[in-house]
Design a protein around this ligand. Sequence first.
Ligand SMILES: *[C@@H]1O[C@H](CO)[C@@H](O)[C@H](O)[C@H]1NC(C)=O
Ligand SMILES: *[C@@H]1O[C@H](CO)[C@@H](O)[C@H](O)[C@H]1NC(C)=O
Ligand SMILES: *[C@@H]1O[C@H](CO)[C@@H](O)[C@H](O)[C@H]1NC(C)=O
Ligand SMILES: *[C@@H]1O[C@H](CO)[C@@H](O)[C@H](O)[C@H]1NC(C)=O
Length: 376
Amino acid sequence: MIALSSLVLLISVIAAESKTFRNRHGPPPIKVPIGRTSSPVWANITQRVDHFNPVDKRTWTMRYVYNGECFKSGGPIFLTLGGEWTISTVDLMAGTFYDIACENGGYMFNTEHRYYGESQPTRTCQPMNVTTPGRAFFFNTIADAFAGLVQYAVPGEIESVCFQIENATGSNVEKIAPYVRTQYVDSSCMVLYNDFIDQHSSPNITLDMNRQWYYQICTEFGWLQTSTSTNQPFGNTFPLELYYQLCKDLFGVEYDEEVLSVGVERTNAFNGADTPEISRLISVHGSVDPWHPVGLLKDLHSTALGFVVQGSSHCADLNSASDIDSEQIKQTKLTIRTTIAKWLDEIKDGTSSGTTLRISIVIILTTTLLHLMYNF
Ligand SMILES: *[C@@H]1O[C@H](CO)[C@@H](O)[C@H](O)[C@H]1NC(C)=O
Ligand SMILES: *[C@@H]1O[C@H](CO)[C@@H](O)[C@H](O)[C@H]1NC(C)=O
Ligand SMILES: *[C@@H]1O[C@H](CO)[C@@H](O)[C@H](O)[C@H]1NC(C)=O
Ligand SMILES: *[C@@H]1O[C@H](CO)[C@@H](O)[C@H](O)[C@H]1NC(C)=O
C-alpha cells in the first residue's frame, strides 16, 4: 500500500451546454508531447449510489485511470476529476496536472464523473415531453459558434475570425454564414429544437453528454447562456425562457423555473457559494473565458487563492508550461507550482496550521465548480 500523507485534488472543470454546441464541451485540450511514453492504467472503483442516505446500500462501478510513473514513496496523491465528458488517459500523460504531480513525486488519478462517459450508476433516465421554441434555439445555436470560439481562443484567434467575417463579401448574414458553417461540418443542417429534444429524449444512456448535463443545469446550477445582455449582437433572441422550456421538454413539466431556482440556492448553500469554507485552494480563471464570472476570482484568505489570468481563455492553464505561453500564464503556472510544493512541504513537516488533519487536501479549481465534488 502507498503511505499517503496528503491528498491533492485538482478539479478541472469545463462547463458547457450541448454537444450540438460541441465547441463548449469536452475534456481540456491537453497536448501530449510527441514521443512521450507513459502508460496510465484503467481501473474501477465501487461507489455508493447515494452517499447521503445511510440506508441506501446500492453501489455501482465508477471508472478511473491511474499513473504511478512519477510516484516516490511517501508522496501525495494527485486527483483530477472528469467533467461532462468521457475520460481518457491523456490527462495523466501531459499538462500542468501531470507536471506538478511529477515534480512532487505524486501518484496520479483521473476519475470519470458519474453520469458521464461509461460511469453510469443507473442504466436509465426519466422520460420526457416535447414542445417548440424553435427560433430561440436556432439563434442560440448560431451564437454558440462564437461562444465556442471565445471559450478556447488562443491569443489573436478572435481578432482573426472577426477579420475573416468583416473581409467577406455580401450582406451581413452572408458574411457570417461561412464562418458559422465551418462550425457544423459534421451535418449538412443545424440541429433544430425538436430534433434536439428527440435526440435527447431516450432514457437509454449513450456517450453523448447532453441529457445528463441538462439535468444538472435544470436542477442544480443553472449557469445558462442567454441573450439577456444588451452588449451583444443577437438581440434578445434566446432569453432565459428558452431554458425553462428545454428543462420541461426534456424532463417533464415539473422541472420548472422554481425547481431550477431552488436547486441553484441549494447548491450554493451546500457548497458555500462564493465564500466556501475551504483551505489550500487555488482557483484559476482566464479573463477571456466566458465562464469565469461564476468562479472564485480573488483570494478568500492566505490559503484560498484566486487568479484571473488576463487575456487567457478556458483551461489555458492546463497545458504544460511552454514558450508560447503568455507572460501572465507563465507567471500563474509558476505560482501554482511553487504554492503546491510549499503546501505539500508544510503538510509533510507538520508545520501547517491544520496539523490535526489526518488527510490534507489541496484543491485547484479551474473554472470553478465545487459541485463536482459530489463525484466522490
Ligand atoms: C470496469 O468495469 C466494467 C463494467 O463492470 C468492465 O466492463 C471493465 O472491464 C472493468 N475494467 C477494469 C479495468 O476492470
Ligand atoms: C407532456 O406533458 C403534457 C402536459 O403536462 C402531458 O399532458 C402529456 O401527457 C405529456 N406527454 C408525454 C409524452 O409525457
Ligand atoms: C479578404 O478578401 C479578399 C477577397 O475575397 C481575399 O482576396 C483576401 O485574401 C482576404 N484577405 C484576408 C487577409 O483573408
Ligand atoms: C433503448 O434501449 C432498449 C433496450 O435495449 C431498446 O429496445 C430501445 O430501442 C432503445 N431506445 C432508443 C430510443 O434507442
